[in-house]
Every structure is written in structure tokens, then in C-alpha cells.
Design a protein around this ligand. Structure first.
Ligand SMILES: Nc1ncnc2c1ncn2[C@@H]1O[C@H](COP(=O)(O)OP(=O)(O)OP(=O)(O)O)[C@@H](O)[C@H]1O
Length: 341
């Protein structure tokens, strides 16, 4: 487990002092994929680099499996860093060395014997799907292939933690998907904790279990990805979601044409597979129209979010029908918000 406790970081330049991280607290459970999202300059890189102390905090603690790593000696820190792999946005490969040599390199520095390091490199290059490219040089590879080399290299010392610093930002959408799928597989099969930073909600939605939203050096929202996606609280989260096409307020465009109650239904898991709308409309004689909808997957969880307009049948108590509708959705674990009545 990684615990970041009340971290502060200041950058001092000639002109000013910048308070880049302002009291960050995070708990990252072992074996999870944890995403940190924020805009440019929010403090993401500074924060992720605290986890292997490439950046040192001015205040606060970074505790990994019970040890405050800010208190380690240089030798202890060197050993700890071997357990923390890192993947970079621009791959950071050695251009004059082959793919195989790039992966062997960190093991050579760590003093692993020749036969072991070659066998391990070949095994990892197979894992990332590059067994046919081992004698090529980085310039002969696509962006996605270069990142796969970066990932293989990060895994050489059997790390417990993999830090991904904007690992897919330089890649096109299709290649991004395949690299994220690889990271997902590594997390699942090897049980490695992954911490990634990104400015893309799609990356978070695809592979993260938990997310923290950082803005101006502070965490403004954090939680399970499903919760943060479906019930965002902070303006920054809403803005980031809206930029990635999840616009919770689109229905307002039609507000003047709407007659009836406007209701947002949010559901995930089992409820996504049930014909809830036809069931409730038949049971209570409701007239329902869908004004806005999003259905999809958040990591492995199917979800749906619908904005519907409800008109109640004549001759029955509206309050009673509303009550029955609320009870029905509650029993099905569907969250109901009345947006306009
Ligand atoms: N070594 C440094 N010296 C001075 N200021 C720095 C230094 N490193 C980062 N900063 C400043 O700290 C703030 C946070 O930077 P950081 O790189 O962590 O943000 P980020 O969210 O990763 O941004 P990006 O997405 O653009 O990489 C920024 O205002 C940045 O200019």
C-alpha cells in the first residue's frame, strides 16, 4: 500500500515561490490501478515522482508498505527504487541500443548475471508482444511499440509498483487502447499496483479502479472510478468529463420544450442488463421519453445514465405514482435525481 500524507512541495525560482503541492493525502491500495487526473500544471508529474522520490517533498510522508521512504538512506532508496518501475510519455529509450539491449540495460546496472538478464528480457519482450522485434533499434519502431519496450524495461526488476507518467499521451487513440489493455493485463496477471497520471478521462475510465482529481496542487475529488464518473462533485471533474464527451447537462438545451418531470437515472452493474424502463412504464402507466443517454463500460462495469421525461397517467395521484416509481428504482439499485419537476 502507498500512503501519501500531507505532502507539500515548493519550487523556488528567482522571481517567486510556487506552492506546487498543497497538502496532498492519498491512499493507494496494493494491486489496484490508481489514476491521477488534472490539467496541465496541476501538479501530476510532481506528485507521481514523489512515489519514487525523483522529487522530494518539503513536508509530509510517503509511506510504502509501512516505511516512510523519505527517511531512507541512499542505499536503501536505491534498493527501493528497483521495486518501482516507471514508464514515461516519451519512452526514454536508448536510441543506439537494440530493443533487447534496452531491456537488458537496467539489469546490467543492477548487477544481474548475463544469462539471467537475457532470459528475463526475452520473457518480458514476449509478454509485451515484441518477440519478433528484439534486434531492431528504437527508430525502427512505432510509438506503441516503443512504449511496449518502455513497459518491458520497467518490469525487469519484478517491481511491486509501476508508475506511468502520461504513458499514452504521445500515442494515437487506437495505439492508446492497446497499450492500456497491456497495462490492464499486467495489473491483472502480475498483481502489480499501477499509478498513472493523465489528462484524459478516457484513460481513467478504461483501466483505473480509483481516481484522484488534482487541481492547483490540491486533490479536489477522489474515489472509485464508477462513483466519480457517475456522481461527479467538483467543477474540475465536471469540466474534465465534459471535455471527454460525458456532458451531464446536455438535456438543458431542450428545457423549454419539455413537459413533464425531468429525471436522471444512473445505474451500473446488473441493473444495466434489465429492461427497467419498459417494466416501470407498464406497471405505472407512465409515458417516458429519453432526452439524453450514455451507456458504456467503466473498466469492467457496465453503466448507464439516462435523462428521461416522465408524464403521469390521468386519474391517478401524481404523488403516489412518483413514490412508487422512486421505490421501484431504489429496489433495482438505480439512482434517481429529479432535475426538473
Ligand atoms: N523544477 C521545477 N521548477 C520550477 N517549477 C516547477 C518545476 N517542476 C514543476 N514546476 C511547476 O509546478 C507546477 C506543477 O507542475 P507539474 O509538472 O507537476 O504539473 P503537471 O500537472 O504534471 O503538468 P503537465 O500535464 O503539463 O505535465 C507547474 O506550475 C510547473 O510549472
Amino acid at each position: 500500500m502507498i500512503q501519501i500524507k500531507n505532502i507539500h512541495k515548493y519550487f523556488r525560482t528567482k522571481e517567486k515561490v510556487l506552492h506546487a503541492l498543497q497538502g496532498i493525502n492519498l491512499t493507494i491500495e496494493a494491486g489496484k490501478v490508481f489514476g491521477i487526473i488534472g490539467r496541465s500544471g496541476a501538479g501530476k508529474s510532481t506528485l507521481i515522482r514523489m512515489i519514487n522520490l525523483l522529487e522530494r517533498p518539503d513536508e509530509g510522508e510517503v509511506i510504502i508498505d509501512g516505511t516512510d521512504i523519505t527517511k531512507l538512506s541512499d542505499g536503501e532508496l536505491r534498493r527501493l527504487r528497483q521495486q518501482i518501475g516507471m514508464v514515461f510519455q516519451h519512452f526514454n529509450l536508448l536510441n543506439s541500443r537494440t530493443v533487447l539491449d534496452n531491456v537488458i540495460y537496467p539489469m546490467r546496472i543492477a548487477g544481474v548475471d548475463k544469462a539471467t538478464r537475457k532470459a528475463r528480457a526475452l520473457e518480458l519482450l514476449k509478454l509485451v508482444g515484441l518477440e519478433d522485434h528484439i534486434h531492431k533499434y528504437p527508430r525502427q519502431l512505432s510509438g506503441g511499440q516503443k512504449q511496449r519496450v518502455g513497459i518491458a524495461r520497467a518490469l525487469t526488476m519484478d517491481p511491486k509498483i509501476l508508475l506511468c507518467d502520461e504513458a499514452t499521451s504521445a500515442l494515437d487513440p487506437e495505439t492508446t487502447q492497446s497499450v492500456l489493455a497491456l497495462l490492464n493485463e499486467i495489473n491483472r496477471t502480475l498483481g502489480i499496483t499501477i499509478v498513472l497520471i493523465t489528462h484524459s478521462m478516457d484513460v481513467i475510465r478504461n483501466i483505473c479502479d480509483q481516481v484522484a482529481v488534482i487541481d492547483g496542487g490540491k486533490i479536489v475529488e477522489q474515489g472509485e472510478v464508477v462513483e466519480v464518473f457517475l456522481h461527479p462533485q467538483h467543477d474540475t471533474t465536471l469540466a474534465l468529463l465534459s471535455e471527454s464527451g460525458v456532458d451531464a447537462d446536455g438535456w438543458k438545451l431542450f428545457v423549454h420544450d419539455i413537459q413533464g418531470d425531468v429525471i436522471r437515472l444512473t445505474y451500473h452493474g446488473q441493473a444495466a442488463a434489465e429492461p427497467l424502463l419498459s417494466q416501470i412504464s407498464q406497471e405505472l402507466g407512465l409515458s417516458l421519453s429519453i432526452f439524453q443517454g450514455a451507456v458504456g463500460k467503466i473498466k469492467d462495469t457496465p453503466f448507464g445514465q439516462l435523462v428521461i421525461v416522465v408524464n403521469y397517467p390521468e386519474g391517478k395521484s401524481i404523488e403516489e405514482t412518483q413514490q412508487k416509481m422512486q421505490t421501484f428504482f431504489k429496489e433495482k439499485n438505480v439512482d434517481v435525481e429529479v432535475l426538473q419537476a
